[in-house]
Design a protein around this ligand. Structure first.
Ligand code: AMP
Length: 568
């Protein structure tokens, strides 16, 4: 057999004594390479083999059965026709194909080879068009593989091997590199035609980009996504949506893929000043401005390019404090992109005075959000969430919505919560949504909501963030008079005492009695104070088993505060 190598010349036949069985010598040495298939590749290969000094016949039609002098029959037929064409060949010669995707098993029981030039051919490709191009080669045994290499090098190609199990991945890569590129350029052409410009202006640009990629890999990436210029990307998207809407899904997917590429580039380049550590989400803090949106359409448009990335969502009513910022920190840590909503939801307020007095600190909220690295800041008005024709209500039933907060704020409270949370989850479609343990019953209600409605989102519970003196952070704390601010400390004191009593193994009744004594010391009359089973918010009786929560609510002047402590 002949050994294929870069220095091998056709005619340098060498007999290999270790070959498993006699190997047919190639081409002009003792026989003929018969090419089957009159398509583009067959038509290029026949003259190419001839001018490389091989003895060649063909291109034959697909019914070709082989001739006595054939040492190799090379099938240049469509993938789907390889097996049937190979079955027609009389036993004897090596049977080969030129497909990247088709397994060698398709030519069984023949011994066989495959030679897949990594090149696209057109009707006018010259025979010399094969010189210098890479070719994936394979053989059913070592000797056959050497024959494939020999033919490839004889044609001036640069052979390399691909394992049979890797064929689909290899071939997909070639399809992306070649076929998809044509798709991409055609999309660009379609769009530029709407401007009245000849698509030919794009060709030098496309060539240069490709050459740059060849030299620099992904570093060759330029343009608004690489620069983090979201405003320009948004304007592109609007133009694509208006001019060539069919191209929009492809555009969005490519934006997402390009963003991932930019991110992975900055990950391997620690000198990039916009990244400071593995925990930091690259797309946000410091690298691109936060997007502020007020309508559902703008929100959807902002998120559309990022659907391939993980999205974390933090719903709030604004007046952001450290508790909210902790939710954002967790969301940023866990996700590629963070959406914050600021909406004081009228539907969950039973008391109009409380709604009117609810603090609104828009400018400060934006600044906090930007510092926290929020990507999309969604601040709708009430008529965006509840347009005039709006009539829907999403309502859970049972103790979790009827007891405690449900009882004291009225059944409409949790219906307001579940309705708005459902809407926000449907608009944003986050992978994860973050809720504070501070609102323990709300957290449980939201968990039940997504379970009941099979909403595909992970609800992440974040522990309560407290002031140094123990008061749970709340947007309403700013409304406390200095005197009530001091008295409010009694809430956490009482809860802590309750937990200490729980840790001594006491019953729910004595846990509550212990906590109540502390509330009394602070002159706090609770709206409720109870140990509840976390699952259903039913009051625990006797020694709490499973996860239980000691919950409290009380009014301080006009300001209603709630707090809780987990017993476990
Ligand atoms: P709000 O703006 O009060 O509706 O709260 C928005 C989210 O922040 C809810 O999931 C709350 O449970 C959560 N949250 C509020 N205060 C705190 C806090 N002190 N610690 C942790 N999470 C909190």
């Amino acid at each position: 057999m002949t050994q294929g190598s870069g220095t091998q010349q056709p005619g340098d036949a060498v007999v290999d004594p270790t070959a498993p069985e006699p190997v047919p010598a190639v081409g002009h040495r003792t026989g003929t390479i018969a090419v089957v298939g009159r398509g583009r590749l067959g038509s290029v290969l026949v003259p190419a083999l001839g001018s490389a000094g091989f003895t060649v016949s063909g291109p034959h039609g697909r019914g070709y059965a082989g001739q006595a002098e054939d040492t190799v029959v090379l099938l240049c037929v469509p993938d789907a026709a390889i097996a049937s064409a190979s079955r027609l060949i009389t036993e004897g010669p090596l049977v080969g194909h030129c497909s990247g995707a088709t397994a060698l098993a398709s030519i069984a029981p023949h011994r066989g080879i495959s030679i897949h030039p990594v090149m696209t051919f057109t009707a006018d490709t010259a025979p010399t068009g094969l010189v210098g191009i890479p070719a994936a080669v394979a053989g059913t045994d070592a000797a056959a593989l050497d024959t494939a290499r020999d033919i490839a090098t004889g044609l001036g190609m640069r052979p390399f091997t691909v394992a049979e199990s890797d064929r689909p991945a290899y071939h997909a890569a070639t399809a992306i590199a070649a076929n998809f590129l044509v798709t991409l350029e055609s999309a660009a052409a379609e769009l530029i035609r709407t401007v009245g410009v000849d698509p030919a202006v794009l060709l030098p640009l496309a060539r240069a980009a490709l050459e740059n990629w060849g030299r620099q890999g992904a570093d060759a990436l330029t343009g608004p996504i690489a620069r983090g210029d979201q405003a320009v990307v948004d304007s592109h998207r609007q133009a694509v949506a208006a001019r060539t809407p069919d191209l929009l899904p492809m555009f969005d997917t490519l934006v997402g893929a390009t963003e991932r590429l930019v991110r992975s580039q900055s990950e391997v380049q620690p000198q990039n000043p916009t990244r400071s550590g593995p925990d930091e989400i690259p797309s946000s803090a410091g690298t691109r401005p936060m997007l502020v949106v007020n309508t559902v359409n703008d929100l959807r448009r902002a998120l559309a390019p990022h659907r391939t990335r993980s999205i974390g969502f933090v719903p709030t009513m604004g007046a952001l404090h450290q508790g909210h910022l902790e939710l954002l920190r967790r969301a940023k840590h866990d996700n590629d992109l963070v959406v914050l909503s600021i909406f004081v939801n009228p539907a969950q307020f039973n008391d109009p005075a409380d709604l009117a007095a609810y603090p609104r600190t828009d400018a400060a909220d934006r600044a906090h959000a930007e510092t926290a690295g929020v990507d999309v800041y969604f601040a709708p008005t009430a008529d965006v969430i509840y347009p005039p024709a709006f009539t829907a209500t999403v309502a859970l039933a049972g103790p979790i919505v009827e007891t405690f907060e449900g009882a004291h704020r009225g059944s409409g409270h949790f219906h307001g919560v579940t309705t708005v949370v459902t809407k926000l989850l449907l608009m944003i479609r986050p992978d994860r949504a973050y809720f504070g343990q501070k609102d323990a019953q709300q957290l449980r209600v939201v968990e039940a909501l997504v379970a009941d409605l099979d909403i595909e989102v992970e609800i992440v519970a974040v522990p309560t963030v407290r002031e140094p003196d123990g008061l749970a952070m709340s947007s309403r704390n700013v409304r406390l008079t200095p005197e009530n601010r001091s008295r409010a400390l009694g809430l956490h004191q009482a809860l802590s005492a309750g937990r200490a009593s729980y840790e001594l193994g006491e019953t729910a009744e004595s846990i509550v009695a212990t906590a109540k004594r502390i509330l009394d010391e602070y002159s706090i009359t609770p709206e409720y104070l109870a140990v509840v089973n976390e699952d259903d918010f039913c009051e625990a009786v006797g020694t709490p088993s499973g996860r239980a929560v000691l919950i409290v609510a009380a009014l301080f002047g006009n300001t209603r505060l709630i707090d809780n402590i987990v017993l476990q």
